[in-house]
Design a protein around this ligand. Structure first.
Ligand SMILES: Cc1ncc(CN)c(N)n1
Length: 218
């Protein structure tokens, strides 16, 4: 079994929880309160900047030329394509220019930056994989379920993550993960699973924090 298949098996119960989260259910139905989506989009704009930085760091640590290129294209995609989606919503929702990251957002981005810089590069790749793969699976799931929902205000978000362009990046990220895992020791493969599970948990926390409009306790 490929490393990625084993990794997905490990997070399947968590993924099932993610699709059932009120944030994602209400996004699917188009009933998510706009202030929760606005909060999410603002935090996600901060997230994508840091995610892009983590991807660039990984790019610079890759051995193969094509992987250097793939990761720098992922970084450009996070900042150019995904942030363009935010900017289109920002125009209608009026989100401020400067964003203070919530505790969960800061925890997640700092985790990714730390792994990108200091972990074995295969482990760093495993840490960023949920950002691709879980979003693709959530996007597809929502896309398939929302057929009867008319005029969903969150349609552009759904279309981005269920779309072809994003699917191509996800496919590449998966192929690279499996390639690096196949060359890694058993110990490194286990560390890759751990990073993949940790980042998946942080994805759950990110959605949960948006739904709760999370604030700093002090
Ligand atoms: C928190 C989060 N994780 C992943 C993605 C998709 N790259 C995103 N936009 N935001």
């Amino acid at each position: 079994m490929k490393w990625s298949e084993q990794a997905w098996e490990r997070i399947t119960p968590l993924f099932n929880k993610i699709v059932e989260m009120p944030f994602n259910q209400e996004l699917l139905n188009g009933t998510l309160p706009v202030e929760k989506f606005k909060f999410y989009m603002a935090q996600d704009a901060y997230y994508l900047g840091e995610f892009g930085r983590a991807l660039s760091t990984i790019s610079g640590r890759m051995e193969k030329m094509e992987h250097i290129l793939d990761f720098s294209q992922f970084a450009a995609g996070a900042i150019v394509v995904e942030r363009a989606l935010h900017e289109s919503y920002f125009k209608t929702l009026g989100i401020p220019d400067s964003i203070n990251p919530s505790p969960s957002c800061l925890l997640y981005t700092n985790y990714l930056l730390k792994e990108a810089k200091y972990a074995d590069v295969a482990v760093a790749v495993a840490a960023v994989l949920p950002c691709f793969w879980i979003y693709k699976k959530v996007g597809d799931h929502i896309y398939q379920q929302q057929a009867e929902v008319k005029n969903n205000p969150y349609k552009n978000w759904i279309d981005t993550y269920a779309g072809e362009e994003f699917a191509e990046s996800v496919h590449k990220a998966l192929t690279i993960s499996d390639e690096l895992a196949s060359e890694a020791s058993a110990k490194t493969q286990e560390a890759m699973f751990h990073a993949f599970e940790m980042a998946s948990r942080l994805e759950w926390m990110f959605w949960d924090s948006a739904y709760r409009l999370e604030e700093w306790p002090v």
